[in-house]
Ligand binder design. Structure first.
Ligand SMILES: C[S@@+](CC[C@H](N)C(=O)[O-])C[C@H]1O[C@@H](n2cnc3c(N)ncnc32)[C@H](O)[C@@H]1O
Length: 285
């Protein structure tokens, strides 16, 4: 079968399954099956597909019909201009999270701690842009940590980052001039309303801490002071309605200079705070 015919047949099937942008996904999956860059697909549409390519495409379209996220099917996601491996054990990195990375990189830092690292996308993107810095990524999921470690090797960062199993701060030692986190923050009652791609395919412990969605922030607010250097920064991603509540938790924990920052779409996405003290965020005494 020609690639163009495979594409033409796949699009209505994806539409019928309720896939939002069926044409785009059909093209991304076809490029994946042909093992070519998405930008080169048009060039190859007239080509006949090999049997193995057809087999990969059929499987990929079938998985998408079952609403598996595209990144889990292709195994890759571009984030902060870098390619990350994604599996069913990791959250698919979101463009919204790039707002957190941009804020992290707005000042120099030397030692970064990433709580709930998943694919490692936050700490690895930050380290890629801060060549003298070192980092630690922790997660409660050993399977996610394996993916993060693989991503650090793929990006040539394995000498500057360490990944460790930990329940938030429980197994973390030392102090940091930057702590970042994109914790699970979906409230229990919001879970049924999520898109099937998220609700049925992404790890639950990456999405929700249960209850009102704020429990991870409570633990992070309580523990950050002991792990931040004086003047060190804490940055967390939030759901767009959680800014005031999370800012309140940080204020109650004695943190200073609390700001709620928007993402590219203008929605509240990051809460930033600083540990009071004399040193600046570069860690100078
Ligand atoms: C929203 S995902 C974020 C993943 C990644 N940092 C990103 O931005 O794409 C939250 C992550 O927190 C981890 N997590 C959940 N509960 C945790 C806990 N008690 N301690 C440490 N990590 C936890 C999950 O396994 C998941 O990888």
């Amino acid at each position: 079968m020609r690639a163009s015919d495979a594409l033409r047949l796949a699009i209505p099937r994806l539409e019928e399954a309720g896939v939002e942008d069926a044409a785009r996904d059909a093209r991304v999956l076809l490029a994946h099956a042909l093992d070519i860059g998405h930008d080169r697909l048009t060039l190859h549409l007239p080509d006949d597909m090999t049997a193995p390519q057809e087999q990969v495409y059929v499987g990929a379209v079938q998985a998408r019909i079952a609403r598996q996220p595209v990144a889990q099917i292709t195994g890759r996601r571009l984030f902060w201009g870098l390619s990350f491996r994604v599996t069913r054990d990791t959250l698919d990195p979101r463009p919204d999270t790039e707002a957190l990375v941009a804020e992290a990189l707005s000042k120099p830092f030397q030692k970064i701690l990433d709580l709930g690292t998943g694919t490692g996308c936050i700490v690895l993107s930050c380290l890629k842009c801060m060549p003298a810095a070192r980092g630690v990524g922790i997660d409660i999921s050993q399977a996610a940590l394996v993916v993060a470690a693989g991503n650090s090797s793929d990006l040539g960062l394995e000498a500057r980052v360490r990944f460790q199993l930990s329940d938030w701060f429980a197994a973390v030692s030392g102090t940091f001039d930057l702590i970042v986190a994109n914790p699970p923050y979906v409230a229990a009652e919001e879970m049924p309303g999520l898109a099937p791609e998220v609700r049925d395919w992404e790890p639950h412990q990456a999405l929700t801490p249960g209850g009102d969605g704020l429990d991870a922030y409570r633990v992070i607010a309580r523990g950050a002071g002991a792990r931040l250097m004086p003047g060190g920064r804490l940055l967390v991603e939030i759901g767009s309605t959680q800014g005031v509540a999370v800012a309140g938790l940080f204020a109650a924990a004695g943190l200073d200079d609390i700001r709620i920052l928007p993402d590219m779409d203008g929605r509240d996405r990051v809460v930033a705070a600083v540990k009071p003290g004399l040193a600046d965020s570069c860690g100078s005494a």
